[in-house]
Structure formats: structure tokens, C-alpha cells
Design a protein around this ligand. Structure first.
Ligand code: ATP
Ligand code: MG
Length: 286
């Protein structure tokens, strides 16, 4: 099946001559949850910014639905309507004085009528738990709250592809869990989600597909278990083995768990442990 979005052998050279991407190829299968991993400076942000046309390739091409993207005004507008990007730093994304106004900006630009815009904004703010902040000034919000408003702004565009640059960074644990659930529900409705992260445990537990980046190139892509099984490539991209896999391997080696497919989260490994009563030295249960 044709990937929804595909980078083919993209180079990106910045104005100062630094290289952001070098012959980077990556395909996003439709409706799946994708995670992008790589060390600082590996090119994750540069890659995400190519996928919604914020940056243009110096060489290579971007395909949407199998067709090369047209970088003229109408083509770019179509790409950005279908592919939404949530920036790493919310202060770079938010520019209106008030929350509701900021989230309305994209849908208003699509030329939607006022009632539809109101409904979309309310639904997007609900989805990120920020409805009660609709009238607040943006500069009064905390970092995490600003991040949620950014996500709402992109959700209000109802994109087919949602790109998020390190969305979990700076969010508290309950909000991270809520965001993961929100992304799951979007993926279940057919939205293709790609996020960058430094948290391999989260990526392995959440994503269907993983993509590893090293020095401006994507060196491995595919279903999460197949990618982490390539230990050399995982190491080359600065990642360690997910804890769930390491723990599972350790317990299998000690004969505590049977061989077989490893669960994707530490919680699932713990759930798989046999229940054995703990005995005191005298042999009495404690
Ligand atoms: N505007 C720019 N001008 C010049 N070089 C840049 C620019 N933006 C990024 N780079 C360079 O491009 C490379 C890739 O940077 P990028 O920000 O994409 O990495 P990243 O994987 O997102 O890193 P991080 O995990 O720190 O966010 C780095 O070497 C960086 O120094
Ligand atoms: Mg980055």
C-alpha cells in the first residue's frame, strides 16, 4: 500500500552550511502510531519540519499519497491542512493573546463558518483538558498548559497526519498518560501519528512502528519489536534496550518466565510473573 507520507533521499543543508538531513528516507504507513528516536542533533526536528513543508529539501523529494508535494502556495496549504505539526517549544507556536483565539486561528484560515470553528475549538480544547482555560491569556499559562493548547490548535485542523516534536517533554505524568490515550484514540480513528521522543521505554510501549535516526539519516524503520531486535542499529542511534525487554530477558535466563514474545511494558512483564508466596527462613509465609 502507498505510504501516506514519504521522504525519499532528502538532503537538507541550512543557510549556514550545516547539514540537517543527508539522504534521509522514511515512509509513514497510514493509521499507525510512529515514534522517531535519535540522539540530540540526529535530525528529528529537521525531519518533522520537512514532513509538513516548513522546511524544503535541498535534494530529494516528499510524497503525499504517492505524489510529489507541490511547494507553491496552494500545494503547501493543502499539505499543512492534512499534516499538522506540534512544535517542541510552545512559545514558538502560540502567537495569539488568548487561548480560544489561538486555537481558532487554523480553522478560521480554512474558511470554515463560525459555528463549525466554535465546535472544533471546543472539541479540541476538551480533548486536551483545557476547555476551562478558553478565555485565559496565553502568557498566563504554564509550560505544560501551553503545550496542550498547541496540541489543541493542531487538532482543531482535523489533520490526517499529526506530527509532534517531543510532546511528552515537560508534561507531568498524568498528562503524559492522558496524551498517550488521546493519541491512541486519534490513531484508532485513522489519524497517522508520528512523535519524536528520547524515551525508548515509552516509544516501545506505545508505538506500532519505530524509526531510528543517526546523523541526519533514518537507519531503521519498522514494527517496534523488529526494530529493537537489531541491537547494533539501536546502539548506533544512542538508544538502550527498552527496560521491558531487558527485564524479560533476565527473567527468562533465570527460568522465572518461559521463553516467548516479550511484553512491551515493564508493567506487562510484572503481570506475567508467577505468583509465589514469600517464605520466611523458618518456611512460614510472611
Ligand atoms: N536553523 C539551523 N541552522 C543551522 N543548523 C541547524 C539548524 N537547525 C538545526 N541545525 C543542525 O541540524 C542538525 C539536526 O538538528 P535537529 O534539531 O533536527 O536535531 P534533533 O534530533 O531534533 O535534536 P534534539 O534531540 O536535540 O531536539 C544538528 O546538527 C543541528 O545543529
Ligand atoms: Mg529536536
Amino acid at each position: 500500500m502507498t505510504p501516506l507520507l514519504e521522504l525519499q533521499a532528502i538532503d537538507h543543508v541550512f543557510a549556514d552550511g550545516s547539514t540537517g538531513l543527508r539522504s534521509c528516507s522514511l515512509a509513514l504507513a497510514r493509521g499507525r502510531r510512529h515514534a522517531l528516536l535519535g540522539a540530540n542533533g540526529a535530525g528529528k526536528t529537521t525531519l518533522l519540519q520537512h514532513l509538513n513543508g516548513l522546511l524544503r529539501p535541498s535534494a530529494g523529494r516528499l510524497l503525499l499519497d504517492g505524489r510529489p508535494v507541490d511547494y507553491r502556495r496552494a500545494g503547501l496549504a493543502d499539505l499543512r491542512r492534512r499534516v499538522g505539526l506540534v512544535f517542541q517549544n510552545p512559545d514558538r507556536q502560540l502567537f495569539s493573546a488568548q487561548v480560544e483565539e489561538d486555537v481558532s486561528f487554523g480553522p478560521l484560515n480554512l474558511g470554515l463558518d463560525a459555528a463549525t470553528v466554535r465546535a472544533r475549538v471546543a472539541a479540541a480544547l476538551d480533548a486536551v483538558g483545557m476547555r476551562e482555560y478558553a478565555q485565559r491569556p496565553v502568557h498566563h499559562l504554564s509550560f505544560g498548559q501551553k503545550k496542550r493548547v498547541c496540541i489543541a490548535g493542531v487538532l482543531a485542523m482535523e489533520p490526517e497526519v499529526l506530527l509532534l516534536d517531543e510532546p511528552m517533554a515537560g508534561l507531568d505524568a498524568p498528562m503524559q498518560a492522558e496524551l498517550a490515550q488521546l493519541l491512541d484514540s486519534l490513531a484508532a480513528r485513522g489519524v497517522t501519528v508520528l512523535l519524536s521522543t528520547h524515551d525508548i521505554d515509552f516509544a516501545y510501549g506505545w508505538a506500532d512502528d519505530l524509526h531510528l535516526m543517526v546523523a541526519g539519516r533514518c537507519i531503521a524503520s519498522g514494527p517496534a519489536p523488529a526494530v529493537v531486535a537489531q541491537a547494533g542499529l539501536l546502539h548506533a542511534s544512542g538508544q538502550r534496550l527498552p527496560l521491558a525487554l531487558a527485564l524479560h530477558a533476565h527473567l527468562v535466563a533465570r527460568g522465572v518466565l518461559p521463553c516467548g514474545a516479550a511484553p512491551r511494558t515493564v508493567e506487562a512483564v510484572l503481570d506475567a510473573l508467577p505468583v509465589v508466596p514469600i517464605h520466611s527462613q523458618q518456611g512460614n509465609p510472611i
